[in-house]
Design a protein around this ligand. Structure first.
Ligand code: GLY
Ligand code: MN
Ligand code: MN
Length: 435
């Protein structure tokens, strides 16, 4: 394979081989078998849940769909892919793509419900493997030190990985524009979802997470999981949090749009959240503590609430009284990669846990930023009755204009989410508007 992406993938694999060699020798291991995993059957049924291959298997192959397959990595030798592709007249047996990584592995095709034998020496087995299988193989199952070290190898992305996330973003943005257009033309949530899938060219089961398509108050349900089939009489808002996977790597993008019946305050708040996000993106640098950045988001949301007179008091008082946390209970962002909430966001490079502050338990990224990390930046502002009712009853509730909150309630909420590469200089936004 030739071409810019193939060249980048060769460099990515060089880096991966070096990292595995270093990590395995440091732990006294001769090799590691990575199991891709297999789909879970529904209980008492002959049907299966959606499947997504194990992250470390995808780190080498980018193959999210390959089940029952194994990659054996023994530094100094070519990796061996045991490709589960038995003869089958019910299904099309798995086939490999024409991608650079395939040239770098030896492929053994067959039936691997049972795993292949491991070579002599001290080996580890990682993935969703049961203890009996691991014992039969004679490998150490999911050793914590190995998993921590391999996770760390996914934190700073290679140029290949960044290119894949960029490609996923471009394809996803085509979907977001189609979703917005469908909504403005009167589509129901289900039709918006179908417009998104069609324009971004993917089937639902391949998307990296369940797309969130919320019209009106549903936009305030953070991980809203249904698709209404009817269009509401009044359309105040649409929130779409939808992604795409390209060669294993995810896009995770959110857009919020005002509908024809939106209150005039709502588009102004959308613009305000966009400005908050852009200012935070401009401050992304290596060495920045993401917890501090998350707290900065709360300061800025407080300024926005005061500017629009939703809060009467000062921004400082709104943060201190927990008002901003009631309007935005999720984190500013998270690491992004093969997993939408990528690994190792809450620990230091040596594996020490970095638990989020008690006031911000949902924050998924608590470490210092480094060049090569890809993070989401997703400030939000919502009317969530379950969180605002207790605030109303609390002393800080006196600082809030509840009549304005009532006016905003049918709009649900706002989230604006982009995917951003941290570099030694200015951060690079990988989520480019397609218009
Ligand atoms: N799509 C889930 C998230 O933004 O974290
Ligand atoms: Mn996200
Ligand atoms: Mn998202």
């Amino acid at each position: 394979m030739t071409g810019p992406l193939a060249e980048l993938q060769h460099l990515h694999l060089d880096r991966l081989e070096r990292h595995y060699a270093e990590v395995l020798s440091g732990l006294g291991l001769d090799g590691v078998a990575l199991y891709s995993g297999h789909p879970a059957p529904h209980y008492g049924d002959d049907q299966f849940a959606n499947f997504c291959a194990y992250g470390h298997f995808q780190h080498w192959t980018g193959q999210a769909c390959l089940a029952h397959s194994w990659l054996l990595v023994c530094p100094g030798k070519r990796p061996i892919l045991y490709l589960h592709a038995p003869d089958d007249f019910w299904h099309l047996p798995a086939r490999l793509p024409q991608e650079a990584w395939v040239e770098r592995v030896d492929v053994v095709t067959g039936r691997f419900d049972a795993p292949p034998a491991l070579p002599p020496g001290r080996n580890a087995v990682i993935g969703d493997v049961d203890g009996t299988t691991a014992k039969a193989l004679g490998g150490e199952l999911n050793p914590a030190a190995l998993l921590t070290a391999l996770d760390e190898g996914r934190v700073r992305k290679s140029d290949f990985e960044v290119a894949c996330i960029g490609r996923a973003n471009r394809q996803a943005m085509a979907g977001h524009l189609a979703a917005r257009n469908a909504f403005l033309a009167g589509a129901a949530e289900l039709d918006v979802q179908l417009a998104y899938l069609q324009a971004s060219r993917q089937r639902e089961s391949d998307s990296p997470y369940g797309n969130i398509v919320g019209i009106n108050a549903h936009a305030g349900v953070l991980h809203y999981q249904h698709y209404d089939t009817g269009t509401p009489k009044n359309r105040y808002s649409l929130l779409v949090d939808a992604g795409l996977r390209y060669r294993g790597y995810c896009a995770d993008i959110t857009r919020t749009w005002a509908g024809p019946q939106a209150d005039a305050l709502f588009p102004a708040l959308i613009e305000g959240v966009i400005q908050v996000q852009q200012r935070l993106i401009a401050s992304l640098r290596p060495g920045v503590d993401f917890v501090a950045l998350h707290e900065r988001m709360h300061d800025m949301l407080a300024e926005l609430l005061v500017e629009h007179r939703i809060v009467f008091s000062s921004p400082e008082s709104a943060v201190a009284g927990g008002i901003t946390r009631a309007f935005c209970p999720h984190g500013l962002g998270h690491l992004l990669g093969i997993q939408v909430h990528d690994v190792a966001g809450r620990r230091t490079a040596d594996g020490t846990a970095l638990t989020p502050p008690a006031a911000h338990p949902a924050l998924r990224l608590t470490r210092e930023l480094e060049a090569g990390m890809v993070v989401t930046m997703e400030p939000g502002l919502y009317v969530i009755p379950m969180l605002l009712e207790p605030l109303r009853a609390a002393p800080a509730g006196r600082e809030v204009d509840w009549a304005l909150v009532e006016r905003l309630a049918p709009h649900g909420g706002i989230r604006i989410e982009d995917n951003v590469l941290v570099t030694p200089g200015a951060a690079e936004n990988l989520t480019l508007e397609a218009e």
